[in-house]
Design a protein. Structure first.
Length: 577
DNA sequence: GCCGTTTTCGGCCCGACTGTTTTCAGTCG
């Protein structure tokens, strides 16, 4: 059985939980949490590296002791410390920390006083009214615990960025219409363009903060007010989303926006950096002693600690602070850099609009080119094209004379189970661009799925791999593939990978974009539009590309038409049979 | 448990809100 980084991360997380419940040194607890995060986000497969006898790189927050535990877990799948901790307290006890309002102290009290070890026992204790008698607990806490335990059945989940965006927009407009209000902006993971959003964060500037929080909690879609003070408040909406509000004065706008945008890890790193320079950074500004030295804008906050502005999409403590300090932050790609779209559908397969309508819409967006890439015959549900229908479609594309835009003849061809393509080479040879994609047999083993895709990338007529992991956010897991192998093959063969901008997909993910950049593979940010209105989805793809550190030069479709043709044509000519 | 522009020892991000207290601990973001 192989040990994944996620397994190591979970072990460290559980150790941290149990240590905390056991009242250990909080900084020791923090060390384990940090290690859990670092390993969880690491691209390098730690266990595989250990097995191959490779030396692990120096990782932040991993010293001699944790490095030893890393090796121990990689080799055995177990950690002696965790086993020991589990003997001291029941393992199920850490589940209770998921209940809002229950932290390590209260969990410890519940365990020691009432012998509560599991969620079921907690439920019974709350229902029987045994909790409010404990010191430090009361009626309200007991009721909140009861509610939370019961609603865990209808589990809270993260929500797709586009879905959250709809609720957020309406809420922001509601707040903006209030008198005496200054700026109203979205912060948090929405501003960082994460593919899913756990809650909506809204920042408001106002001189009358309690009027704003008052208005906030009286919004018509509020189901429950979680907290409500003069400068901050939290609610849940009927749709289940949590929304947090923070109100500050205009002079603190930049510091508050920085603080509320996060990520938490980025904030912690920034505050530590400030502290090293004798400064204090909080949501009201940057302070030297009691004197505020910055805070009105985010730029001023970064400047105060000696850094250039760091775009929100990069703020994950994934090396952006070091890059900023070293002057090598990437100039992130912008939506205005995009010169065309290389993945779109029409009525010829499962799109809603004609070739001409799509061409006009692309032209209206200012594109130089649009690739028409309908499905191939295997995808019968999408009316995939066989050679004869494809020929007729190509005729129609050739007849299209929409001025100012170049239509590229393309196909989204299925990669069959054995890695062969769904149309013969003689047909594919007539096309400007061939996008290969997996649409079936998602559950092959990692080895077979990887081999299948590698074979497709070997094919001399393939230009690009579409939606490379097949994930559907919140509804389908990515298929199990070795992305590093795929990227290295793409690099060796001069192929490209798509970042599919459809908000259900966002595939490649941010971390894979970063890997692609490291491997020198250009990424194409494509809308996969099935109708003229879906070109707008590109903004979500650009957000993901920026999260993946991609600069303009790293993105294929920032090239103009001539440059693009040189890039997608060259390898095909070179290796065509 | 980690780490070094103040440090190999002594620090480690910081403030708001709730619920319980009667001045604050615990939790959260």
């Amino acid at each position: 059985m192989s040990v994944h980084n996620a397994d190591i991360s979970r072990i460290f997380e559980e150790i941290a939980d149990l240590l905390e419940i056991g009242d250990a040194n909080p900084f020791r607890v923090r060390a384990y949490r940090r290690a859990a995060r670092v390993i969880g986000e690491l691209q390098l497969d730690v266990a595989a590296a250990v097995h191959h006898g490779e030396t692990l790189p120096k990782l932040p927050g991993i010293g001699d002791d944790l490095s030893g535990k890393l090796h121990e877990i990689a080799r055995t799948g177990h950690c002696a410390l965790l086993d020991r901790l589990r003997k001291q307290a029941p393992a199920t006890i850490t589940d209770l920390l998921a209940i809002p309002g229950l932290g390590p102290r209260r969990v410890r009290t519940l365990y020691r006083e009432l012998d509560v070890q599991t969620m079921e026992q907690l439920h019974r204790a709350a229902r029987d009214g045994r909790i409010h008698t404990l010191h430090g607990f009361g009626e309200k806490t007991e009721l909140n615990v009861l509610r939370a335990v019961e609603s865990r059945l209808s589990k809270a989940h993260r929500c797709k960025l586009t879905v959250a965006a709809q609720y957020a927009k309406a809420y922001v407009e509601y707040l903006r219409s209030a008198p005496g209000i200054g700026r109203v902006v979205l912060a948090g993971s929405m501003r960082r363009m994460r593919d899913t959003v756990g809650d909506i964060d809204i920042l408001v500037t106002s001189e009358a903060s309690s009027d704003v929080t008052e208005r906030f909690v009286h919004y018509g879609e509020v189901r429950q007010v979680l907290s409500h003070g003069p400068t901050r408040a939290s609610v849940t909406l009927h749709c289940g989303l949590q929304v947090d509000l923070r109100v500050v004065r205009a002079e603190s706008y930049g510091a508050a926006l920085h603080y509320f945008t996060g990520s938490r890890a980025h904030n912690i790193a920034m505050r530590a950096l400030a502290q090293q320079q004798g400064l204090k950074l909080n949501e009201y500004g940057v302070f030297r002693n009691a004197r505020r030295v910055a805070g009105e804008t985010e730029e001023s906050v970064y400047a105060a600690v000696g850094l250039p502005f760091i775009p929100p999409e990069l703020r994950e403590d994934h090396g952006e602070i070091e890059a900023a300090r070293g002057g090598y932050l990437p100039q992130l790609v912008r939506i205005t850099d995009i010169k065309g779209d290389l993945h779109s559908h029409t009525r010829w397969s499962d799109g809603y609009d004609s070739v001409e309508a799509m061409a006009l819409a692309a032209k209206a967006r200012g594109y130089e080119y649009l690739a028409i890439t309908d499905h191939s015959r295997r995808l019968t549900a999408a009316h995939g094209l066989d050679p004869e229908r494809l020929r007729r479609q190509l005729d129609e594309i050739a007849r299209n004379t929409t001025p100012g835009i170049t239509l590229l003849k393309g196909i989204e061809v299925d990669i069959l189970e054995d890695g062969a393509l769904d149309l013969p080479d003689s047909v594919l040879q007539q096309l400007d661009i061939v996008i290969a994609a997996v649409h079936s047999r998602f559950n092959l083993s990692r080895a077979r799925q990887t081999e299948r895709i590698l074979r497709a990338l070997e094919h001399p007529l393939v230009t690009m791999l579409a939606h490379p992991t097949g994930r559907l956010i919140e509804s389908r897991e990515p298929y199990d593939v070795d992305m590093l192998q795929i990227l290295r093959k793409a690099s060796a063969r001069g192929r490209f990978l798509e970042l599919n901008a459809h908000p259900e997909r966002l595939d490649l993910s941010d971390t894979y974009c970063h890997m692609a950049k490291d491997e020198g593979v250009l990424v194409s940010v494509n809308s996969d539009a099935h109708g003229v209105s879906q070109f707008d989805n590109l903004q979500y793809g650009i957000g993901q590309a920026r999260r993946g550190w991609l600069a303009r030069k790293d993105v294929l479709n920032t090239r103009n038409c001539a440059q693009l043709r040189a890039l997608i044509g060259a390898p095909r000519r070179r290796t065509a049979p």
